[in-house]
Design a protein around this ligand. Structure first.
Ligand code: FE
Length: 308
């Protein structure tokens, strides 16, 4: 809570002191109602994956194995081609969804279902692996900056063997809106009456790319109270209900009705409905039981994984 908010509390003015502004600007003496607190701050873990891509893992490493329904969050960010040029050649997935958010640089996706996607800066790709596919994710550049994220979202048991589905969203199809002082790119879910282009996902995800200028505020009350929520701070330093979180850290946000952030920085704000089922995972497969994992490897070996 900032100095202004403390004064607000003391004066007992609260949110009633509304000033003129746009529909989504906050009153000058705004006091957030029941903001979600930071319950854990998880630093990224440096690792490699694919054919040798340098990654920063925020979910899926030892510090935070998963955050139901989220199984993995990787940030790839480098100016050096050595860190990304080998890419992710053909590999299988089954039982969950992979989401790629590109901020800088370009990647190319091809899969065994026949999808072909060009991931340009600003784009998002939501791939439901379902019963299985084999895909490659390779850089489309030989030099320069590459920056993006990959998020894995679980599927419930009844959808793990669903048909694969691919949502490829070009940069121009990602709407932007102002929320309080923040500029927000809405990739999935909705905020300030702006709806993201990714649709029909079981866990009803919210995926926002939020940039807050120095001294600014972001506030959201659209995220359902029973959803899991985290913020990955990608740049700068942001505070959530008084707790400061610097770039390269993931803040798990606990129970509350609103997400309130202040400071100067950029974050990926992510929410989704928890699934609450047992999770068995190994490599590129995420199922409910070890037997289903063994079956996934057997199906991959025999070619059944991609036959549908
Ligand atoms: Fe993959």
């Amino acid at each position: 809570m900032g100095l202004l908010s403390r004064r607000t509390l003391l004066l007992g003015v609260g949110a009633s002191a509304v000033t003129a502004g746009s529909a989504f600007a906050l009153p000058r003496l705004f006091r957030p109602r029941d903001p979600r607190p930071v319950t854990a701050v998880v630093p990224i873990t440096a690792t490699t994956d694919g054919a040798g891509v340098a990654l920063r893992r925020a979910i899926g490493a030892q510090r935070l194995r998963m955050l139901d329904p989220f199984l993995l969050l990787d940030e790839f960010k480098s100016e050096s081609a050595d860190d990304y040029i080998k890419g992710f050649p053909n590999h299988p997935h089954r039982g969950f969804e992979t989401v790629t958010v590109m901020l800088q640089g370009a990647m190319e996706h091809r899969d065994s279902v026949g999808n072909h996607g060009l991931l340009d800066p600003g784009s998002v790709q939501w791939m439901t692996a379902g019963r299985g596919l084999v895909h490659s994710e390779m850089p489309r550049q030989r030099e320069g900056a590459m920056w993006g994220f990959q998020l894995w979202v679980n599927l419930p048991a009844r959808l793990k063997m669903t048909a694969p589905r691919y949502q490829d969203v070009a940069p121009g199809s990602v709407p932007e809106t102002d929320v309080a002082d923040a500029r927000v790119r809405v990739l999935a879910g909705h905020i300030a009456r702006t709806e993201g282009p990714v649709r029909g996902v079981e866990t009803a995800p919210t995926l926002l790319d939020v940039s807050i200028p120095a001294g600014g505020t972001f506030h959201a009350d659209e995220i359902p109270a029973d959803h899991t929520v985290f913020a990955y701070v990608a740049e700068g330093e942001l505070a959530f209900a008084d707790r400061k979180v610097t770039a390269g850290n993931l803040a798990v946000l606990g129970p509350g009705r609103t997400v309130h952030a202040t400071g100067a920085g950029r974050m990926l704000l992510v929410a989704g409905a928890p699934i609450g089922e047992p999770v068995a995972r190994r490599g590129p497969f995420v199922m409910n039981t070890d037997e289903e994992i063994r079956q996934a490897y057997a199906d991959y070996k025999s070619g059944k994984l991609v036959e549908g």
